[in-house]
Design a protein around this ligand. Structure first.
Ligand code: ATP
Ligand code: MG
Length: 655
């Protein structure tokens, strides 16, 4: 029996020890949750106090989901500064505590422990550099940096002076960068000379030079000399940030901002279409980031928190930077990748820095799982208390591996469902409170009111079990406020189809216990001979086979069945594709799920097209399966565009 089968369908209760020390146990969760939805005003008025306000708010919630009239405001008459909340207010008690642990790409590179005091000075100096370049409140600044402390300084420096940052993954192409610079009308780009990652270097500065050819010549280019690699230099436009930081004042006042002033714009990963410029607020966002970081991971003083995401992803914004720092936490920032120099890198970092909470994506777990169990077995992981995942439903096989090899069968795994748009966790277990079921994101976070709607009619499905699309009935403080420069797109994307609700775009099931199971994006549901099926289920079955490392399933037009099942399969290291294996996999899915789920076509895929946040771009796979290569859509957010060419070639070869 596959390990996944042994855990699927089971419930894992938090240990007594976990519950005893936790901020929230089951009774407290029930009580707080009820309070949060029965009287949101009072609940969030109280939670807002976790921040320091310059001008305290008197209004808490002012929100409307009415299509044509959507408006979301929280704490709207309060003023605060986000950077001051993440740094200054901790100086009295934590000046010498490490705020950020920086772990470089090379295991023998220089680790940095940046204290709150040092963070304060660096951020002030960085802010003064921005001011010296004429960057003012409300201006947009693109941050195109690797995972280095300067990325954190840059983000917080923007927050300090009221500029709006937009972080672009360091892995993105010049085109993707130029699109974002132009879309938000950025006044400056902050970049680095080159970025080491997994032993390779990305030429960020020359990418930026290439991007800026397509932008206004007024855009300033601020360069962090990180590796010292040679780059071109344009006098009058390019600024040496580190050199300049030495010359400016070490202090910079934190500017009072309105709670509703935008803190950042972040473009979605583009799994489903052209990336949207998601706008987040200062006050509500930070309240929500801080609160979810504390409760979802049961963070306590003295813990070492590690979110392994990239800062270019919302997960990095909320759970590397803003949430932990608002809580005065110690947060770890890792420049490299999980498999360099080998697949023990993550586990060694946990051992080295005595990480207590570790948060990653199922795709990373599956990649590491493919490398066997020796790598984690060699490391001391005993500091860990809580494990987390985000990004897609975690298949039972990956859950079982994570639980057994990393959690040693002892630790809670929080499977957190949320989106760039939501700012923070929406449906998630709390470590001391929620019994978990592998593959389920379980129950709503405080203040979140999920509803299951019938896909066609939009009617609310009452009672359990229920199945349909996932929507949210009322606002929460971390919610996005608009799409940058396109409020209409905001309304039409999220509020038009199901009136009165925020529509997530995801399908879901709610079981007898009221637990939510995300079944994937609504676009990814396939209809085979009248049976609706989530592609995630078929993928999960394929991945449960010992020879399969990854799988992606899409529908394609099928003369008889309406839609057929097309599976892209990446095999484990060292396994050779063969017709025999193809038949074996077909038979495997047949027995795991049923004859209806048997793939009609299996294509061997050496790699799958993924976004930089590790998500499979199924819309591209759909096009390839449909033999429609002319309109692959926006591919600018792919981690490795060459993967697509390979898949297209193989598809064409088989006719
Ligand atoms: P775009 O909106 O541009 O298509 P995206 O949706 O991939 O991009 P994100 O905001 O990074 O961009 O991802 C959010 C989506 O990820 C969710 O809507 C959901 O489909 C999926 N997701 C995230 N966490 C989970 C989880 N724990 N379980 C299931 N699905 C998840
Ligand atoms: Mg999305």
């Amino acid at each position: 029996m596959a390990d996944g089968d042994k855990v699927a369908g089971r419930t894992f209760a938090p240990s007594a020890e976990m519950t005893a020390g936790a901020h929230v146990d089951k009774a407290r969760y029930d009580e707080m949750y009820a309070a949060s939805v029965n009287d949101p005003e009072a609940f969030w008025a109280e939670e807002g106090k976790r921040l320091d306000w310059i001008e305290p708010y008197t209004k808490v919630k002012n929100t409307s989901f009415e299509f044509g009239n959507v408006s979301i405001k929280w704490y709207e008459d309060g003023t605060l500064n986000v950077a001051a909340n993440c740094i200054d207010r901790h100086l009295e008690t934590r000046a010498d505590q490490t705020a950020i642990i920086f772990e470089p790409d090379e295991p023998d590179g220089e680790v940095q422990h940046i204290s709150y005091r040092e963070l304060h000075e660096k951020v002030c100096r960085f802010a003064n550099v921005l001011l010296s370049q004429g960057i003012m409140r409300g201006d947009r600044v693109i941050i195109y940096l690797p995972m280095i402390p300067e990325a954190a300084y840059a983000m917080l420096a923007c927050a300090r002076i009221g500029a709006i940052h937009s972080v672009v993954f360091a892995g993105f192409s010049p085109d993707a960068l130029a699109n974002r610079i132009n879309d938000c009308g950025a006044k400056a780009v902050i970049t680095a000379d080159t970025a080491p990652r997994g032993g390779k270097r990305t030429a960020l500065k020359s990418n930026t030079d290439a991007a800026l050819l397509h932008c206004s010549d007024k855009v300033r280019c601020l360069v962090v000399k990180h590796t010292g690699d040679q780059t071109t230099w344009i006098d009058g436009r390019d600024v040496d940030v580190k050199a300049m930081m030495e010359t400016v004042a070490p202090d910079c006042p934190a500017r009072p901002m309105n709670a509703e002033d935008p803190l950042f714009i972040l473009y979605t990963s583009g799994s489903t279409g052209k990336p949207k410029g998601v706008v987040h607020s200062s006050g509500g966002y930070l309240v929500y980031a801080a609160m979810t970081q504390q409760y979802t991971f049961d963070y306590h003083d003295g813990d070492v928190f590690w979110c392994g995401a990239d800062v270019g992803w919302v997960t990095g914004h909320t759970y590397i930077l803003y949430g932990p720092l608002a809580n005065g936490a110690t947060t770890l920032m890792f420049e490299g990748v999980p498999t360099y120099p080998d697949a023990s890198r993550f586990w060694q970092i946990i051992e080295k820095h005595k990480v207590t909470q570790f948060y990653t994506a199922p795709t990373a777990i599956r990649a590491l799982m493919g490398q066997g169990t020796d790598f984690p077995a060699r490391c001391d992981l005993s500091s860990l208390k809580v494990l987390g995942t985000v990004g897609e439903p975690i298949n039972p096989e990956a859950w079982a591996w994570y639980d057994k090899n990393i959690g040693k069968g002892q630790l809670p795994i929080v499977d957190t469902w949320w989106q760039t748009e939501t700012g923070g966790h929406m449906i998630t277990p709390l470590p001391g409170a929620t019994p978990t079921k592998p593959g389920s994101a379980t129950l709503p976070f405080f203040g979140v009111q999920p509803v299951v709607l019938e896909a066609e009619s939009g009617k609310v499905v009452e009672g359990n079990p229920a199945e349909g699309v996932l929507a949210i009935a009322d606002s929460w403080p971390g919610q996005m406020r608009t799409v940058w420069g396109d409020h209409e797109r905001f309304e039409s994307t999220y509020f038009q189809q199901y009136k009165g609700y925020y529509f997530s775009g995801d399908g879901c099931r709610r079981d007898e216990d009221g637990y939510y199971w995300i079944t994937g994006r609504v676009d990814d549901v396939i209809n085979v001979s009248g049976h609706r099926m989530g592609t995630a289920e078929v993928e999960s079955a394929l991945v449960a086979h010992s020879k399969v490392a990854e799988a992606a399933v899409v529908g394609y037009p099928h003369e008889v069945k309406g839609q057929g099942i097309y599976a892209y399969v990446t095999l484990m290291n060292g396994v050779e594709p063969s017709d025999e294996l193809r038949r074996e996999l077909e038979g495997w899915v047949r027995t795991e799920i049923g004859p209806i789920a048997k793939p009609d076509l299996i294509q061997w895929a050496p790699g799958l097209p993924k976004t930089r946040s590790g998500k499979i771009m199924r819309r591209i796979l759909r096009k390839i399966a449909e033999n429609d290569y002319g309109s692959l859509g926006d591919t600018s957010t792919l981690a490795d565009p060459s993967v697509v060419d390979d898949l297209v070639d193989n598809r064409m070869n088989r006719g």
